[in-house]
Design a binder for this molecule. Structure first.
Ligand code: SAM
Ligand code: SF4
Length: 360
């Protein structure tokens, strides 16, 4: 016999079936889930929200993921690569505005010139900020040697979404070649953790072919891997990508949005002290999407501080928010909204994952 929903919410460890039941919650049950995840968040990590100024510095990518708007073979994209001095300017902006941390994100490249350029950039960011800016990088799959070089140069957090913990589903949303291998992705995550990065991962929610079981397994994977940070968001189709052909089989955008909130809430209950980002893709569906995520369990927000002229070219999916705004506009609107979501900004603080700290 099924235990009551409220009893389920109090359980210490969820089985896969428990998680599926939680992910399917609606109405009063969904409300109870969000109330519980909110309480867990306040009890274990408080109401502080930490900024990560996001610099999407290049849309040049050697990969061809079937869902991504900036995939290598999309000829419609205007490719850009922001010069180091402009990236440093953005880092300076983040430092001066007490963001605490930045995230450097781009398409995947691993040629030696790129690897040493990033090492130099990391050292320069450390220097101009007197070692005060925390640095997360999200530059895809690299060799353990490269990850180590970047760690030594000053990066201390790395985001590499597993995209799906189900290798079969992963294969369906990536080209069938060695460049796109689930096993390699896993190996990369393991290297990052072994080197000592605060290791972040995540998945897309509402992908074609994805089931509730897949999503429950994704959350169990994060727990088993003892991940420190998670950024997961709704899949949003892009009409210049192969996955667009499945658009009629997808859940509605609103369903993907609600399901993402439930994924965040369940994960917060399962992993009480990790950092969870309110993904930008949530805001593409609901203007207050990220704030809703903060209220129910997320504690990290990534204001976009990419120089404005290039933002429109980093379109992973359509209807991406804030592509016309300067960094200042973004900061101001975000501050007001976080206050509305009962959050308090941890200005000037790194806001490292407490989970990572407890492991070291
Ligand atoms: N290239 C690096 C990588 O793939 O890890 C970092 C940048 S990549 C654009 C960051 C994330 O964007 C991916 O991990 C993927 O989950 C997400 N993404 C790409 N296309 C998307 C889409 N159509 N909808 C939602 N998220 C998407
Ligand atoms: Fe490249 Fe990342 Fe997009 Fe894949 S998801 S095509 S690796 S930018």
């Amino acid at each position: 016999m099924n235990i009551s929903f409220n009893t389920l919410l109090q359980k210490e460890n969820f089985t896969k079936d428990d998680i599926v039941r939680l992910l399917k919650a609606s109405g009063e049950q969904e409300k109870a889930l969000f109330k519980r995840s909110h309480e867990v968040k306040l009890e274990h990590i408080g109401n502080k929200v930490y900024f990560r100024g996001l610099v999407e510095f290049s849309n040049i990518c050697k990969k061809d993921c079937l869902y991504c708007g900036i995939r290598a073979t999309n000829k419609e994209v205007n490719r850009y690569d922001i010069a180091n001095d402009q990236i440093l300017k953005a880092a300076k902006f983040a430092h001066e505005h007490k963001y605490g941390s930045i995230v450097l994100q781009a398409g995947e490249r691993s040629d030696p010139a790129f690897v040493s350029r990033i090492s130099q950039l990391l050292r320069d960011i450390k220097k101009i900020s007197n070692n005060e800016l925390g640095i997360t990088i999200s530059l895809g799959e690299q060799s353990a040697e490269t990850y180590q070089k970047w760690f030594d140069a000053g990066a201390h957090r790395y985001l590499l979404r597993i995209e799906s913990s189900n290798a079969e589903l992963y294969n369906k949303i990536h080209p069938n070649n060695e460049e796109h291998s689930h096993a390699t992705r896993l190996k990369c995550l393991q290297s990052l953790q072994d080197i000592g990065y605060q290791t972040g991962t995540g998945v897309m929610i509402g992908l074609p072919f994805q089931t509730y079981d897949d999503l429950a397994n994704d959350l169990l994977f994060m727990k088993k891997f003892d991940i420190d940070m998670v950024g997961m968001g709704p899949f949003i189709e892009h009409d210049q990508t192969p996955l667009y052909q499945y658009k009629d089989q997808l859940m509605s955008l609103n369903e993907r949005f609600r399901l993402t909130l439930r994924m965040i809430a369940v994960l917060r209950i399962m992993m009480k002290d990790i950092n969870i980002a309110a993904a930008t893709a949530l805001q593409a569906i609901d203007p207050l999407g990220r704030e809703k995520a903060l209220k129910i369990g997320a504690n990290i927000i990534m204001p976009n501080i990419t120089p404005t002229q290039e933002r429109a070219n980093y379109l992973l999916y359509q209807n991406k928010p804030c592509i016309d705004e300067g960094a200042d506009d973004c900061t101001n609107c975000m501050e007001a909204r976080i206050n509305m979501a009962d959050g308090e900004i941890g200005y000037g603080q790194w806001g490292d994952s407490l989970h990572y700290k407890s492991r070291h």
